[in-house]
Design a protein around this ligand. Structure first.
Ligand SMILES: C[S@@+](CC[C@H](N)C(=O)[O-])C[C@H]1O[C@@H](n2cnc3c(N)ncnc32)[C@H](O)[C@@H]1O
Length: 213
């Protein structure tokens, strides 16, 4: 499997996907499923599973994927109701890529607290060498109360290096890349929350990519 390129954010903006070739892609906390739908159209050789604890925003797209192909139907997509705390065992070892875009609430807590039990929940979904991509958009002032409630003390690169890198390693992931950028430099991500948050100039994007070992 190819290493993620240095310019992965560019490849994201054009392909909406990591460079893993064929395979199964999970999008956890998929929201309205836009990323899954757009990516599945662009990458028909991959199979996409959008997962969210809340199914209401998925009602439209779940109906659309079963239409005829010329009416927007897509045979390479599935949506599933599940929470990261309780993912079905049928998903064990299936994922070649996992995306978590703009997590909030307990999903943000799961990826940013570095609790190994929760990270094991993610690791068990992975096939060998699977890639995990996490993108977080936060306004640390405006979101301070919610971050405190979730027990998240920092959303910085140094926190990724000092706290998350060892915690992810214990759960079987190697964080191979991480970074931050300003809203103006955000890649053209095809997710509804990327579009919604992009207008807030106080919000920065923290991202990291990990490989299952
Ligand atoms: C801010 S939205 C982002 C949606 C989408 N990824 C996007 O970029 O447009 C966060 C999503 O995480 C989901 N979520 C929150 N906690 C979750 C959990 N424990 N397990 C699975 N999904 C969860 C919410 O239902 C919501 O759809």
């Amino acid at each position: 499997m190819a290493e993620p390129p240095d310019n992965w954010t560019e490849s994201l903006s054009t392909n909406s996907s990591l460079p893993t070739g064929e395979g199964i892609v999970l999008d956890i906390g998929t929201g309205d499923g836009l990323f899954v739908y757009q990516s599945a159209r662009l990458n028909p050789q991959k199979f996409y599973i959008g997962i969210d604890a809340n199914t209401r925003p998925l009602e439209k797209v779940s109906e659309k994927i079963y239409r005829k192909p010329n009416k927007g139907g897509l045979p390479n997509v599935l949506f599933l109701q599940a929470a990261i705390e309780d993912l079905p065992e049928e998903l064990n070892s299936v994922a070649d890529e996992i995306h978590i875009h703009f997590p909030w609430g307990s999903l943000l807590k799961a990826v940013m607290r570095g609790e190994v039990t929760m990270l094991h929940n993610l690791r068990r979904l992975c096939s060998d060498d699977a890639l995990l991509e996490v993108l977080i958009g936060a306004d640390v002032e405006r979101d301070a109360a919610e971050l405190e409630r979730l027990g998240i003390t920092s959303l910085s690169i140094s926190f990724v290096d000092s706290v998350l890198t060892p915690a992810y390693a214990e759960a079987g992931f190697e964080i191979t890349e991480r970074g931050e950028c300003l809203p103006a430099d955000w890649p053209d991500l095809q997710t509804s929350w990327a579009r919604r948050l992009n207008n807030n100039r106080n919000r920065s994007l923290l991202y990291f990519i990990a490989r299952a070992r």
